[in-house]
Design a protein around this ligand. Structure first.
Ligand SMILES: Nc1nc2c(c(=O)[nH]1)N[C@H]1C(S)=C(S)[C@@H](COP(=O)(O)O)O[C@H]1N2
Ligand SMILES: [Mo]
Length: 424
């Protein structure tokens, strides 16, 4: 029976002689593998940290109930104020620039994905299964991640749920793959000198010696590109992705080069000229509710306190330069002025709030409300901002008042604030 399986290669499955590039081999695969071995742990760790930054202890990290895949929560720090900007910037940024390397790595091991029979031993079955988790996982994570930052919810399921569980599938495959392949990667890297490869032209490019894994072509065609050319092509691809995307986080003139960015290239002039995630119109904010009749309601203390905007503007004003870092990949630092959240807690009669629940004028949806940790409420730069860069907030940026807190994920900086409940 096993003999028969071995002999009967499924028709249409590309055979070993299909793969003729003289570049494929353990060394080239090891080079791509080494780059990914450095980059992927950063993407994994920053992704998991970002989940914690969302405040799973308040049920506001998605998916909310993850069973035993529960991470050890801790209060997300408020210092440095650019912490979330850094973690989400690295996650999205490195996740995007490694795409060419992932594709190159897949290309380099293509013959292995089509070997027949798929496995000869129990160990090989496990190795093949780990490959399925690894390749399936990374393709899924890249696809859902890229679609999310393009605001393109093609798929019918929740991005967050899919990306979270997909991450664990990928992490499992990645760990197994590293455990199995690390020695071969090291041997592969040692088998040739990078410096010499970088000096070898196309005409001098020869295949690597035949290897037991069957990466090296049995029947190689002449080289159409040198190894250094292939590395330059992949590196150039990553550099291009970097140039086309980094501007959305780095800002300044680089923002104009960020062609792959759905938000934030076309920003108006003036103090409110920075990216808007959802406009007041999209959020269906009723303009009359933000006018003179607007009042802020503060609860959690001995009695309900309401203040209008004139009263807020008469309270102690504090100015802080703080970033908004949106999980979809862009970020921007602006100078905000308003009332300290801790002063509002005191006004409500709450001395040491453990948390604060902020509700906006939006009637429903995921952006309606956010809960802040105690350290986020008490930080001296945590504001209910009335102004930005010296001018009143524009309606799109949250007029009459919005939350801005150091190192808080962008989405929790609630705009068009209606009420705050201080909890202790
Ligand atoms: N009420 C409300 N607040 C909100 C949003 C929203 O849609 N509604 N968007 C959030 C998101 S996802 C981000 S990144 C920031 C963006 O702030 P900005 O539009 O002023 O740049 O606001 C956050 N606050
Ligand atoms: Mo956002």
């Amino acid at each position: 029976m096993w003999e028969a399986v071995q002999r009967h290669r499924p028709p249409g499955l590309p055979g070993p002689r299909t793969w003729r590039s003289p570049l494929r081999g353990p060394w080239l695969t090891a080079v791509f593998g080494a780059v990914l071995l450095l980059a992927l742990p950063i993407v994994i760790v920053t992704g998991l940290l970002d989940y914690i930054a969302y405040g799973p202890q308040f049920g506001q990290a998605l998916p909310t109930d993850v069973g035993w895949l529960h991470l050890p929560y801790f209060d997300w720090p408020t210092r440095p104020s650019w912490l979330f900007r850094l973690t989400q910037g690295l996650h999205v940024g490195i996740g995007l620039i490694i795409i060419p390397v992932v594709l190159a790595k897949l290309w380099s091991v293509m013959p292995r994905l089509f070997t027949w029979p798929p496995a000869r031993s129990a160990a090989q079955v496990i190795e093949r299964l780990s490959l399925l988790l690894l390749v399936g996982g990374i393709v899924f994570e890249i696809a859902t991640g890229v679609l999310n930052i393009q605001y393109d919810y093609l798929f019918g399921f929740s991005f967050y749920t899919a990306h979270y569980y997909g991450a664990w599938v990928f992490i499992a495959g990645f760990l197994m793959h590293v455990a199995v392949k690390l020695p071969r990667m090291v041997a592969g890297l040692r088998s040739r000198s990078l410096r010499r490869e970088l000096r070898t032209s196309r005409s001098d490019t020869r295949p690597e010696p035949l290897d037991p894994d069957g990466l090296v072509a049995e029947d190689p065609a002449p080289a159409t590109i040198s190894r250094r050319g292939a590395l330059a092509l992949v590196g150039g691809g990553s550099l291009l992705v970097l140039v086309l995307t980094a501007g959305q986080t780095v800002g300044g003139v680089t923002r104009r080069a960020a062609l792959l960015v759905p938000r934030g290239r076309e920003v108006g002039p003036g103090p409110n000229g920075f990216p808007v995630n959802r406009t007041a119109a999209t959020a269906a904010i009723d303009p009359t509710a933000t006018g003179a009749a607007w009042q802020l309601t503060l609860t959690g203390g001995p009695r309900i306190v309401t203040v209008d905007r004139v009263t807020l503007a008469d309270m102690d004003q504090h100015t802080a330069s703080l970033p908004i870092a949106c999980v979809e990949g862009w970020s921007t630092t602006e100078t905000w002025t308003g009332v300290r959240l801790r002063d509002l807690a005191a006004r409500a009669g709450v001395r040491n709030p453990d948390s604060a629940h902020v509700v906006s004028l939006e009637s429903n949806g995921p952006f309606r409300a956010a809960t802040l940790q105690g350290n986020q409420v008490l930080h001296p730069d945590s504001l209910l901002a009335l102004r930005v860069n010296g001018a009143d907030l524009s309606l799109d940026h949250g007029y009459p008042a919005r939350v801005i807190v150091p190192a808080l994920p962008g989405v929790h900086n609630t705009k068009w604030v209606h009420s705050i409940e201080f909890r202790s």
